[in-house]
Design a protein around this ligand. Sequence first.
Ligand code: NCD
Length: 302
Amino acid sequence: MKHLLGIDTLSPDEIQDILNRADYYARALVDGRWDRDKLKNKIVLTLFFESSTRTLTSFDIAAKRLGADVVNWNAELSSLKKDETFSDTIDTLSAMEPDCIIIRHSEYGAPNYIANRVNCPVVNAGDSWREHPSQALLDALTIIQEKDKLDGLTVAICGDVAHSRVASSNAKLLTKMGAHVRFVAPEFLMPQKLPVEGIECFDTLEEGIKDADVVMTLRIQKERMDRGSIPSDAAYFNNYGLTLERLAFAKKNALVMHPGPMNRGVEIADEVADDPTRSLMKKQVANGIPTRMAILDMVMGG
Ligand code: NCD
């Protein structure tokens, strides 16, 4: 059974295979030529226990572009509200024999737990602060489209790194593919344990993004923090907000990425977010479709 549970279990060759397939679908979407029946008669079940705009919608669209049917299960309307246990809910849904389950959950390792209980491929759409593999893959595709490679690039991941599964999966993928990864965060937002060896850590934005090829900014994940430790938006922006003035410390042609949702005036200034030559955010969102087509194709299409 093929699952996509995280970047940590993928080899560089497996990552490259998914990226090649994602690149194929990105080109095919432009030409309008791909096998629209590739996943015909397959049923994809999405189980999102946390909010999502980009990830849920793009998995849904990706599955439909390949001819699959999608069932979006809704936690709020489910029997979890009638005190059914998580395991019983998973066993119940599994008994309906979906062809693939896509799960987002706040618990560490929830996708791995259900992969051991069900009889179909499981795709991790983000669990706790641990892994968000499809985001790291679509980010890698986006960087390669712009810079032609990952190997040798310096990527600075800035902001609330401690609570970010995006930072964790990106650090793993980029390191495996030969990029230099930096974490840039104030002490209270720097993870105590780094997800992978070889990451350089900085506590000021100016130093951390110096000569970087790519600057990736992150939202403060307030939902994973104690109220008392959340800084004011204005104070945070003063110290860590990515402005054009600060971006000048990075390489002249450095690109800016953000997985979204972004909080304007907190981790990023409007002038950077909306700069069409520097900001890759819309491209990242667009690349969510071919990347997730590649992932669904890989786990279900053979
Ligand atoms: C992120 C997530 O949910 O992990 N968003 C996304 O999937 N594009 C980041 C976040 O919520 O800040």
